[in-house]
Every structure is written in structure tokens, then in C-alpha cells.
Design a protein around this ligand. Structure first.
Ligand SMILES: [Zn+2]
Length: 321
């Protein structure tokens, strides 16, 4: 890279970062929170909790009335594809236009993190305020050279009561500059592996994975280990917890070998194990380094780290030497 390239990149980044903190527009939901949309959602998700659809059951719950699933937050203000205004105008459109013009014309969503202030009830009418939170420096990713753009969306009622917020991150990248540009490499041509749903409870696990540390949540009160992570100890009820690093050794407690349906991010047949760690907790992970037809219950395994892409490292397990 020449000095001129670096200077141009720095100047471009300065222009992009001028958008950080900029208000990128407001939106009002087309409809208030309503039973019909909730019903379609929970049926599609297979969620049978009556608190979402049965007024009598909901009245007897801690909520006292029907609530919307928290993760529907985005649905209440999201516009349909035909409801989009013509491009141009908002600072966000301007930023995207600058990236497009510089060749970063492809886009992929990489992260979505939501926080909720309270449950939503029938009749709540929401609006959003969107702020451009950050623009990354130029990054080399598996998909290509690009910039991550993070927006923060604040959700509130039309009366102005805050109800939640969402961080949404996209990668704007130059097509043909990633690993996928090498046509001989089938593995590199695969799309990114689906992101785990990150919460305040499980973020430590994935942060640990990035450092190749297999962590188990431990109750700070009674010492009980638990996985998957959760807010409260099932034994003593304490909300206090810390984490313990696992040895990485375990055995296959159960497994499946998946052939169909085939999701493009994975290779098939795909061995997925329920691994019982030496420490006693179990976790779901890929079983690697072995012909899937040779995986067996009781197989002694040890952790192997899969650095899938710059944002995602996952534990897998291979037969122990
Ligand atoms: Zn406990």
C-alpha cells in the first residue's frame, strides 16, 4: 500500500466519521401493538405461551394483560418494502451513498442487539429515532474489504415513553474483494455462519470464545455451574454469578448427524453433539475431525476453536488424542 492510499483512506474515514452521532430520522409505526400481528408472529415462531394470545390467562399472569413478545420490538415500526421513501435526504442515505460511490456497494447485516425497558401491551403505538452510532475503519473480512456501520434505534411510545432500543450493524463492502473471490475455495464461498442471539446473560461465553477460552457460568452464591447461561441460579435463586474456565475435555452425551435441510453456511453431513464437559455441564457444538458416521455416544472429545470470521469464534469438539 502506498502512502497516498493510506492518506486517501484516512481522509475518507474522516468524512464517514463526520456522520457519527447524527440523527438519521424518525419513524412512526403503521399500526399500534395489536393482537392479530402478535398471533401471526407466535404461530410462525411456534411459541405457545398463552400470555401473548389468551386474555384470561394473561390476566392471571404477572403481566395482568396480554403482552407482545419482546423480540417483536422491531416489527412495530418496520416498514414494508413498498413503504420506503425514495433514496436520498436523510444523513443515513447520504452516508450509504458515499460508501456506494467509493465501491462499498454490497451490504450484509451482521449484528442486532435489543434492550427492553418494559413489555408492550395492546394499543401501545411506537415510534423510533435513529442515530448513526459509529463507522469502523476499513476492515478486511471474509466477505470483502468494508466498513461496519452501526445505528442505534430508540423505541418510544407516541406519548414519548422510552420502551427499548436496538443496535443494528451492517457491513458495507466491495464485492469481489473477500475470500469468496477465490473460486477454487469452496469453503470460503460459503455465506457467514448465522450469528448467535447475544444477550446480557450469554455475551461472556462468546467473548471468552474469541479468546479461545471455554467459559461456564457459575453461581457466585452456591458455586453451581450452569449452561446455557441464564440470569438466576436454579438451585439457590441468586442473581450473582461469575465464570469458570473449563478444561475443554468432555464426552459426547448425545448427537445427531444432520443431512437435510442444508443451510448454505454449513458443510454436510453435519455432526452436532451434546457434549458433557468434565465439569458436568453440557453444551451443543459441532463435532469435527472425525467422519460423522463414526461419532458415538461416550466418545472422548476435547475443544477445538472454529474462528469462523472476524466477529465469530465458536467451540467445536474433536476426538481426544
Ligand atoms: Zn446458586
Amino acid at each position: 500500500m502506498t502512502t497516498t492510499d493510506t492518506d486517501e483512506q484516512a481522509a475518507f474515514l474522516t468524512k464517514l466519521r463526520a456522520f457519527q452521532g447524527t440523527e438519521a430520522g424518525t419513524e412512526v409505526g403503521a399500526d399500534p401493538v395489536n393482537q392479530a400481528m402478535i398471533r401471526h408472529w407466535v404461530e410462525a415462531m411456534g411459541d405457545q405461551n398463552p400470555v401473548y394470545v389468551d386474555p384470561d390467562a394473561a390476566a392471571q399472569s404477572v403481566h395482568g394483560q396480554v403482552i407482545a413478545p419482546a423480540v417483536m420490538l422491531q416489527a412495530w415500526v418496520m416498514r414494508g418494502i413498498r413503504g420506503r421513501p425514495a433514496q436520498g435526504g436523510s444523513p443515513r442515505d447520504e452516508l450509504m451513498g458515499m460508501l456506494d460511490d467509493a465501491g462499498f456497494s454490497s451490504v450484509v447485516a451482521t449484528n442486532s442487539e435489543q434492550e427492553y425497558d418494559r413489555m408492550l401491551h395492546l394499543g401501545d403505538h411506537l415510534r423510533t429515532r435513529t442515530v448513526i452510532d459509529s463507522v469502523s475503519e476499513e476492515k478486511h473480512t471474509g466477505l470483502g474489504v468494508g466498513h461496519f456501520v452501526t445505528t442505534r434505534v430508540e423505541y418510544e411510545t407516541t406519548e414519548g415513553e422510552p420502551v427499548g432500543r436496538m443496535l443494528f450493524r451492517i457491513l458495507k463492502f466491495k464485492p469481489g474483494t473477500g475470500r469468496s473471490a477465490a473460486p477454487s475455495d469452496d469453503a470460503a464461498r460459503r455465506p457467514l455462519r448465522p450469528r448467535p442471539a447475544l444477550t446480557q446473560d450469554n455475551a461472556f461465553f462468546f467473548d471468552g470464545a474469541k479468546q479461545h477460552r471455554l467459559l461456564i457460568q457459575r453461581c457466585a452464591q452456591c458455586g453451581r455451574l450452569r449452561h446455557p447461561p441464564g440470569p438466576r441460579c436454579p438451585r439457590c435463586g441468586s442473581y450473582e454469578w461469575n465464570a469458570q474456565e473449563a478444561s475443554g475435555r468432555g464426552t459426547v452425551y448425545s448427537f445427531v448427524v444432520n443431512h437435510y435441510p442444508q443451510v448454505p453456511a454449513f458443510e454436510y453431513p453435519l455432526a452436532v453433539g451434546l457434549i458433557e464437559l468434565e465439569e458436568g455441564t453440557r453444551l451443543v457444538a459441532n463435532v469435527v475431525g472425525i467422519d460423522p458416521s463414526d461419532v458415538a455416544v461416550g466418545l472422548a472429545v476435547e475443544v477445538e476453536w472454529l474462528d469462523e470470521d472476524p466477529d465469530l469464534t465458536l467451540p467445536a469438539f474433536k476426538p481426544r488424542a
